[in-house]
Design a protein around this ligand. Structure first.
Ligand SMILES: [Fe+2]
Ligand SMILES: [Fe+2]
Length: 238
C-alpha cells in the first residue's frame, strides 16, 4: 500500500503493529477517531504528517531486515539490537502499561481472576526488562563492541572486569528465560491473545500490543542468545 497523508488513521494502523504503536505514541486515535485522514489529524495536533509516515516506513523496513548477523561486524549487530529492539521496548512498555491500567479500571470486575494478574505480570516484566536493557547497554554491549573491534584489527580481546565475558552473558541469559516465562504467562492469561467477548477497542489494542511485544522480544532474545553472545564467547576463546 502506498502510504500517503490522505490515508485514514485506521488504514494506517492496519499496515503493521509498529504503525499502531507510532500512532498511539503521538496520541493519534486510530480507534474511535480512525476515520480521520492522517493530514487532518496531524493539523489539529500540530504534527508533521511526513515525519509520522517516515517513522512508520522505517519501522516496517526494520522488521524485514535480512542482514546476515552471523557474519556482520559485531558493533553493527549491537547497534541493530539497541536501535530496533531496545528502542521498541522503551517506546512500547509504557504505552502497554497505560493500556493495561485502563483495561483493569474499566473491565477488572469482568475477569477478577485474570486481569489483575495480567497487570501484575506485565508490571514485573516491564521493570525486569528496563533494568536488563540498562545492564546490556551500559556494561555488556560496550565490551562486546570492543571484542569486535579487536577481531577486525586482528588484536587479542581486551581484558574484562568480570573475569570472562561468559559471566555477564550467563546473567543476561537467565534474565531472558525469566522474560520468556512472563510472556508465556501473559499468553495463557489472554487465551493466546484472543480478546474476550466484552472487548472494546482498548482491550483489542492491548491484546494486539502484547502479541507484538512477544514477537519482537522473541526476535530480540534470539539475536542475543543465539548469535551475539556465542560470537562474543568464541572471540574470547580465540
Ligand atoms: Fe537486549
Ligand atoms: Fe537481552
Amino acid at each position: 500500500m502506498l502510504m500517503t497523508a490522505t490515508l485514514t488513521l485506521a488504514d494506517l494502523a492496519a499496515t503493521s503493529p509498529s504503525a499502531t504503536r507510532i500512532l498511539e505514541h503521538y496520541g493519534l486515535d486510530y480507534c474511535c477517531g480512525g476515520k480521520q485522514a492522517l493530514e487532518d489529524a496531524c493539523l489539529s495536533k500540530g504534527l508533521a504528517p511526513e515525519k509520522i509516515l517516515r517513522e512508520i516506513g522505517d519501522a516496517g523496513a526494520a522488521t524485514v531486515a535480512d542482514r546476515d548477523w552471523q557474519t556482520a561486524p559485531l558493533d553493527e549487530l549491537v547497534s541493530h539490537i539497541v536501535e530496533t529492539h531496545h528502542a521498541y521496548l522503551k517506546l512500547d512498555l509504557p504505552v502497554l502499561e497505560a493500556r493495561i491500567e485502563k483495561v483493569v479500571a474499566v473491565h477488572g470486575a469482568k475477569d477478577p481472576q485474570r486481569l489483575p494478574r495480567l497487570a501484575a505480570v506485565f508490571t514485573g516484566l516491564r521493570s525486569e526488562l528496563e533494568a536488563h536493557l540498562h545492564k546490556e547497554e551500559a556494561i555488556l554491549f560496550p565490551f562486546i563492541v570492543q571484542y569486535g573491534r579487536a577481531e577486525s584489527r586482528n588484536q587479542p580481546t581486551p581484558p574484562v572486569p568480570f573475569g570472562s565475558i561468559a559471566n555477564p552473558i550467563a546473567v543476561m541469559e537467565r534474565e531472558h528465560a525469566g522474560a520468556g516465562d512472563a510472556l508465556q504467562e501473559i499468553r495463557d492469561l489472554t487465551d493466546g491473545y484472543h480478546p474476550p467477548a466484552y472487548a472494546c477497542a482498548t482491550v483489542r489494542a492491548l491484546y494486539d500490543g502484547l502479541k507484538a511485544l512477544e514477537k519482537d522480544l522473541h526476535i530480540h532474545i534470539h539475536l542475543e542468545n543465539n548469535i551475539l553472545f556465542p560470537r562474543a564467547i568464541a572471540l574470547e576463546k580465540r
